[in-house]
Design a protein around this ligand. Structure first.
Ligand SMILES: [Zn+2]
Length: 221
């Protein structure tokens, strides 16, 4: 195995997720590109023809590194067939290796801090529509159409949004320019200043999809 292939298996989010969730697969460098996995370029003990795994409507080819390949390795078959990966948020970590299926609570917890370069998060905003893990990158939150960095201030904005949700403001209301009186009048008067302050902190982000959508998703109770 060459150094670059070793790196591929060690640095690929999909391989890290598989190693953590299933087992560390036996793999090798293929004799030629045609023999290698169409997505990752490596070979494993069992190889499956591409046509048995993905449909004709498949649109994720831009994430494949070896389009000469006619097969997928067992790691890449898993990533396309393991349905929960398409329907639920997941968190992959490198050191130690782990794959965690995230409910909203876990997602909120993970996104309440910056996403470090040893972590990859996938958040299917329209569950079931797309394979997100093959597109995932370390240090990013991957949604249906984007890779987002997640800084300290992104995390802080999620905390702000969750606080407003707990006070009763709905998803739709959070997009309004100002807090609605219908909810505000139920909030103790000594918290109004905080509400207005929080509202202002979200201002620049109200129309900043997809950060807004990820935050809305994670702040759901
Ligand atoms: Zn593969």
């Amino acid at each position: 195995m060459t150094a670059s292939n070793l790196t591929a298996a060690a640095s690929d989010v999909v391989w890290a997720a598989y190693a953590a969730a299933v087992r560390i697969p036996e793999h090798a460098v293929p004799v030629d590109r045609v023999a290698g996995c169409a997505r990752c370029g490596l070979v494993t003990t069992v190889m499956t023809p591409v046509g048995q795994v993905i449909s004709r409507r498949f649109t994720g080819l831009e994430h494949w590194t070896n389009l000469a390949g006619r097969h997928l390795c067992q790691v890449c078959v898993w990533v396309y067939r393991h349905r929960p990966l398409r329907t639920h948020a997941h968190v992959v970590t490198r050191r130690p290796g782990a794959l965690t299926q995230g409910n909203r609570q876990l997602l909120r917890q993970v996104l309440s801090a910056p996403v470090s370069s040893d972590v990859a998060v996938i958040v299917p905003l329209r569950p079931g529509r797309k394979h997100l893990l093959p597109a995932a990158q370390w240090g990013h939150v991957t949604t249906d159409d984007s890779h987002l960095t997640w800084s300290e201030s992104d995390a802080a904005r999620l905390t702000v949004m969750s606080r407003l949700r707990r006070l009763g403001f709905t998803e739709t209301m959070l997009s309004d320019e100002a807090p609605r009186y219908a909810i505000l009048h139920r909030v103790p008067a000594d918290q109004w200043a905080m509400v207005f302050d929080d509202w202002e902190r979200l201002d620049a982000w109200r129309h900043a999809d997809p950060w807004w959508q990820v935050r809305i998703h994670a702040s759901r109770m």
